[in-house]
Design a protein around this ligand. Structure first.
Ligand code: G6P
Length: 488
């Protein structure tokens, strides 16, 4: 965080998120008595929120409140608090321990079986078990309590994402003079979808306890305001200023697209030994070091549109036999939310579809699709992006999608093409991608064909436009814009 940008930021800050920026694991199982440094390892989270907010917290100090999800998290903390980052200790991490029952209801339940499908407009997957809502309320109260213990009366508190829609209201009651911000990282649904939610009014009431609520795009912010109008008759909405008046207070509802740490990605991509990355990640399945790579990188989430992408590859190789053997599609996948049956089934479906397509087209010296669930360091991942000739990012819906930012940024050789779903937030922000409807299998195949066959000038021009539009959204600007949107 450079000094000029730091000047516009608050002196100290409380960030609240479900996932923590650092987690502790036992090296060789739990120890009795005091924990020594070599009993535990610390892992830094790699997501967009940590990469945007950790530099801010390091520069300004404050407290980050999050779920104690690592095995040794509470053992190393004193009253739930541990100084971070390890060795530097510039801010405090306040951990909230949760019981199995709480995790099941709040995380696997309400957050990911009600709010996630609702906001991704996939209401057929919603499941409204009564214990889910009960635990979501209870855990939001636990987070609010933790926030209360670490905040002064007029501090700035910034809540992150759909896990924490209710906590702001409870914090507001205890800290009427605090400035509260929320950022909703996933899509906000249209009113005709949001009305499926049995707790629509409570969720809006919780969020409207904030001074500022941010979304990645103007469409999500406007839908939120329309949902308020449709759900809370006592609220008034000023569409010109984006301000909602409710319960004697005002909430600025703003569009504030999140970006990435552009310099960090560029630096790591430049430093990467691409031949070594290829060998290490793809060595066994893609032995030919010269064959072009088409890449997909995602969590195994049903919103990501992976089966349609595999079907599009099948369609393309069927329609264009001359393209068989000319590139390999690499699917880098991460297991996710495996406590939920839908996610376990999705993974099986993806793996078996890939197997089926490989069985149809593979030859002795060519594997059409390489699949890996290996955890990759950010250095290796940025190197892999640089290796890839084309990236396919085709979610059904996505709040933003930062792979669409990382890939072109890592193409430091000036060579790369992005096929991007028009239903990802990134499509409304980035210029230069080949956009597709994520359900249009023939359309994805056509866009991939085009991406592979772009002439050099167009390929370079599109990539430059992508890189410029990504750079304009650097994560530092996200932080500054969010605070600039607040009350004076
Ligand atoms: C999305 C959400 C994040 C979440 C991430 C990973 O990007 O917006 O809040 O952390 O998915 O999901 P997980 O359930 O593993 O936290």
């Amino acid at each position: 965080m450079d000094e000029s940008s730091a000047d516009t930021l608050p002196d100290s800050l409380v960030v609240v998120s479900n996932r923590q920026p650092y987690s502790h694991e036992w090296v060789a199982g739990p120890v009795d008595g005091p924990v020594e440094d070599d009993d535990v390892t610390v892992t830094e989270a790699t997501g967009g929120v940590t990469s945007a907010l950790d530099p801010l917290m390091r520069a300004r100090g404050g407290t980050w409140v999050a779920w104690a999800s690592g095995e040794a998290d509470m053992a190393v903390a004193d009253d739930g608090i541990v100084p971070v980052p390890p060795g530097e200790e510039s801010y405090r991490l306040k951990r909230v321990p949760l019981s199995e029952e709480a995790i099941d209801g709040y995380y696997h339940g309400y957050s990911n079986q009600v709010l996630w499908p609702l906001c991704h407009e996939d209401t057929g997957r919603m499941w409204g078990d009564p214990a889910f809502w009960e635990q979501y309320c209870a855990v939001n109260d636990r987070f609010a309590d933790a926030v209360r213990t670490v905040t002064d009366a007029d501090e700035l508190v910034w809540f992150q994402d759909y896990h924490l829609a209710l906590a702001p209201r409870t914090v507001r009651e205890a800290r009427p003079d605090a400035t509260l911000h929320h950022f909703w990282h996933i899509p906000w649904p249209a009113p005709s979808v949001f009305e499926h939610c049995p707790h629509a009014d409570r969720l809006l009431d919780g969020l409207l306890a904030c001074d500022v609520v941010g979304f990645h795009t103007a469409v999500f912010a406007s839908r939120f305001r329309r949902c308020v109008e449709a759900t809370l008759p006592e609220a008034t909405v000023d569409e010109d200023s984006g301000v909602v008046h409710y319960d004697g207070a005002s909430t600025h509802v703003v569009a504030n697209p999140l970006g990435i740490d552009v310099d960090g990605v560029r630096k790591r991509a430049k430093a990467a030994d691409t031949a070594a990355v290829r060998r290490r990640v793809l060595g066994e399945t893609v032995p030919d070091p010269s064959i072009p790579v088409v890449l997909g990188v995602e969590r195994l989430d049903y919103s990501k549109g992976i089966p349609e992408r595999i079907a599009a590859l099948d369609h393309l190789w069927e329609r264009r036999p001359d393209l068989r053997g000319t590139f390999t599609y690499v699917q880098k996948a991460s297991r996710t939310r495996e406590g939920i049956a839908t996610y376990r089934r999705y993974r099986q479906d993806v793996v078996s579809e890939i197997q089926r397509v490989n069985d149809v087209y593979a030859t002795d010296d060519w594997q059409p699709i390489a699949y890996t669930e290996r955890k990759l360091s950010t250095e290796t991942l940025d190197g892999l992006y640089r290796v890839a000739d084309v990236a396919l990012v085709t979610p059904h819906r996505d709040g933003m999608n930062l792979v669409a930012h990382e890939y072109p940024t890592a193409c430091v050789d000036g060579d790369g093409a992005l096929v991007l779903s028009e239903l990802a937030g990134a499509a409304t922000q980035l210029d230069g991608a080949l956009t597709v409807n994520p359900h249009d299998i023939a359309g994805i195949a056509d866009a991939l064909e085009r991406a592979l066959e772009l002439d050099d000038d167009e390929r370079r021009d599109r990539l430059e436009r992508l890189q410029e539009s990504v750079a304009a959204l650097d994560s530092r600007h996200w932080v500054e814009r969010q605070f600039a949107a607040g009350p004076d």
